[in-house]
Design a protein around this ligand. Structure first.
Ligand code: SF4
Ligand SMILES: [Zn+2]
Length: 464
């Protein structure tokens, strides 16, 4: 259930009891550990450990503190090590301008040479960066040979810096520092960016979480960090564990399969993925990228029947809500929606429909009349404030009728469903205040804004 994406298990502090440390990691639910090198020798040791333990993978690189050991010979050695099948990344490399006597130019040179190596081997970067975020941005942006794929290990910057890294394509590595009394800035940043591009890490044997301060850090302590991340982002522990794990699998291309799901939970809500089809084609839809939503993979192998969906739900009344959803437009399969909703209601569930509001157009009749008694709430994606913007953003199959159909559907839902919401994803094209006016004043329904997060970690409007 968990991945520790950054630990130095080859450190001599683990020499005596590594087997027991790994057992405790397994007991804590850690499926995989990335053993990170910081010099040529420790990289070699990381590989040796990863060869012995199937749960381990290795990274190789020279940390900025050991720049003095970098030479054409050590680069050649790293080049050789990078070919080992256990190696999943280049690092820990980076910039550390913390000490006044640091040699900035030399650090940039050493970092860049190793980053180019990562590019040649199609491997992600594991970046250590202290007091050097701006020079790091500058270095990455000015050099097309540096891959824009990797993790900013032990991230400790501002929200604006986090967004810049995410925009560049990087993940943020979050460890024990999130639990420290002086970690308010980091907690504020994480609260705002969420976990969609975050991996969990311990940096063991360093930086233990607050409750273990003063001790040697070890992978099993990652639980405390994951719990803190969950609390900060209003997610359950399982949500935070799953998200950080799937992020690590994707970042390092680990061989763990990510299985598609048709029923998946986030917090106390259960979502049912009815279809991947939709008559719209919004550019921000997760269907355009990777079908991942909050660590769940929603690309259907085949569309589920109502029976298959219901079989997966032991106790419908135990959820806060059960949502008929996508990734796609559920009313494309209205018969399945109705059958599922009817049987869930019989078993005491509260049922919501997440829709783009085109159900009447899709089905060629007024389906809202069929919702009475089965659907408790409907969340409709307004997408934009007017027809022209709607057509530009959503690219509907039927641009002449989609906008009016969505508004008419909203009006009709109000007659039969107690709770109707219009929502927008605040993409740059959208005038959020005009949308609010349309929803609250004209349509007289609830209005919800979803923050649009920059490239690489936005979430399709239809799933939340
Ligand atoms: S975001 Fe929603 S309406 Fe837009 S294409 Fe995706 S599923 Fe369809
Ligand atoms: Zn480290």
């Amino acid at each position: 259930m968990l991945i520790d994406s950054h630990a130095h298990l080859q450190d001599k502090k683990f020499a005596r009891d590594l087997e027991r440390v790994l057992e405790r990691a397994e007991d804590a639910g850690i499926e995989r550990l990335i053993c990170v090198g910081d010099r040529v020798d420790s990289s070699r040791k990381a590989i040796a450990l990863a060869r012995r333990h199937p749960r381990l993978a290795a990274t190789v690189g020279i940390h900025p503190h050991y720049d003095a050991t970098f030479s054409p010979v050590s680069l050649l050695e790293l080049e050789k090590l990078a070919r080992d099948p256990t190696v999943v990344g280049i690092g820990e490399i980076g910039l550390d301008f913390h000490y006044p006597n640091c040699m900035a130019d030399r650090q940039i040179e050493v970092f860049s040479a190793q980053a180019h190596l990562a590019g040649r081997h199609d491997l992600p970067l594991v970046i250590h960066c202290r007091d050097a975020y701006e020079p790091l941005f500058e270095t990455i942006r000015s050099d097309p040979r540096i891959p824009r794929r990797g993790v900013i290990h032990c991230f400790s910057g501002t929200y604006e810096q986090a967004v810049q890294f995410l925009d560049l394509g990087f993940y943020l590595g979050i460890g024990g520092a999130i639990t420290y009394p002086n970690g308010d800035l980091l907690r504020e940043t994480l609260h705002r960016v969420g976990l969609e591009r975050v991996v969990g890490e311990t940096d063991a044997p360093y930086l233990p979480p607050q409750s273990k301060r003063g001790r040697r850090n070890e992978p099993s302590y990652i639980k405390h960090t994951i719990k803190a991340m969950a609390d900060l982002t209003d997610l359950s522990y399982q949500d935070a564990a799953r998200l950080t794990k799937t992020n690590a699998i994707r970042l390092f291309r680990l061989p763990s399969p990510i299985a598609p799901e048709i029923a998946y939970s986030i917090r106390k809500t259960l979502y049912l993925c009815i279809t991947n089809r939709c008559p719209n084609d919004c550019y921000f839809c997760q269907r355009c990228t990777d079908y991942m939503v909050m660590g769940h993979f929603l690309k259907l192998e085949e569309e589920p029947t109502a029976g298959q969906l219901l079989e997966l739900i032991d106790n419908p009344a135990g959820y806060h809500e059960i949502v008929l959803s996508g990734l796609g437009e559920p009313t494309m399969r209205w018969d399945v929606c109705l059958e599922t909703a009817r049987r869930l209601k019989e078993r005491g569930a509260r049922v919501r429909l997440n829709t783009n509001g085109l159900g009447n157009l899709i089905n060629g009749r007024d389906i809202t009349a069929e919702m009475a008694g089965f659907i408790d709430s409907v969340a409709i994606t307004l997408i934009a404030q007017d027809r022209e913007t709607y057509n530009r953003v959503a690219k509907p199959e039927d641009p002449a009728r989609a906008w009016d159909a969505m508004l008419e559907f909203t009006r009709k839902c109000k007659n039969v469903v107690p709770d109707v919401t219009l929502s927008v994803l605040a993409v740059p094209e959208v005038d959020v205040e005009a949308c609010r006016h349309l929803a609250e004043d004209e349509m007289q329904v609830r209005f919800r804004i979803r923050e649009y997060r920059p490239k690489g970690y936005s979430v399709s409007e239809c799933v939340g």
